[in-house]
Ligand binder design. Structure first.
Ligand SMILES: Nc1c(O)cccc1[N+](=O)[O-]
Length: 241
């Protein structure tokens, strides 16, 4: 499983929360090392410049290749190169399957770029010495990759055996799926009545068959309403079988 995660960003303070969460516990228990680096440590000019205007024109700024090249030179061990993960809106979708895949990698290096992106030659050059994964968390505009890296690091680290107390190996688990690719059903706990709102009586019936049936119906209703795309995939499987 993952033993070492490096994160490079011009906002290293963004990753302070990692020390609090389950990631912090995993690091404290020696399960893995997580190191955050300031990209500007690999600049040499007075203003510690990391970006410049785009060739070909256009708005915004692009991250210069030199600092990234030097950062990767410093952080990549040729004997055990990491998977380089670059969050970008132009990436392939990040999925639970990818989280599982990366949880098996001994080393991961997350490169946080600004929205307009990192000079493409950085990824091209990196591909000569490590696997490079350009991934997107979703189709919305962020100002940089830091938020995406926080999400991806959590998704990956929680899968490492021993991190959330699950001694077994990387158990295959679905993402939002309650069962069979459907969304989770609604959940309830005490009190049975709250502000005039009652817990669905079936859940208090003690009839596990009825509870299971009710939950499946709820999952189906929710999936139809919120994620018809999952049903299409489900349907496709049904058709194929
Ligand atoms: N969407 C977005 C962005 O706008 C900037 C950096 C990373 C991402 N992303 O991973 O989805």
């Amino acid at each position: 499983p993952v033993q070492r995660i490096d994160i490079v960003s011009i906002f290293p303070e963004y990753f302070a929360p990692l020390g609090l969460s389950l990631v912090g516990k995993a690091v404290a228990s020696g399960l893995l090392a997580v190191d955050v680096h300031d990209l500007r440590d690999w600049t040499h000019d007075r203003h510690r410049t990391v970006d410049d205007t785009p060739y070909g024109g256009g708005a915004g700024m692009v991250m210069k290749p030199e600092p990234w090249g030097e950062a990767l030179d410093a952080l990549v061990d040729p004997e055990q190169p990491p998977v380089l993960v670059v969050p970008t809106p132009s990436g392939v979708p990040f999925t639970q399957a990818l989280a599982h895949e990366w949880a098996h990698e001994p080393r991961l290096l997350f490169a946080c770029g600004r929205y307009e992106g990192i000079d493409a030659r950085v990824m091209d050059h990196a591909r000569t010495r490590m696997q490079v994964r350009e991934v997107s968390l979703g189709d919305y505009v962020l100002n940089g990759g830091e938020v995406a890296v926080l999400a991806m690091v959590e998704a990956v680290v929680r899968l490492i055996p021993g991190v959330i107390g699950n001694p077994e190996s990387l158990v295959e688990e679905s993402y939002a799926e309650g069962q069979d690719g459907l969304l989770e059903y609604p959940v309830y706990t005490k009190p049975a009545s709250w502000r005039g709102l009652e817990v669905p009586p079936v859940l208090l019936s003690g009839d596990h068959g009825k509870v299971d049936a009710w939950r499946r119906e709820q999952s189906l209703d929710r999936t139809r309403a919120r994620r018809p795309d999952l049903l299409a995939a489900e349907g496709a499987v049904a058709d194929a079988s």
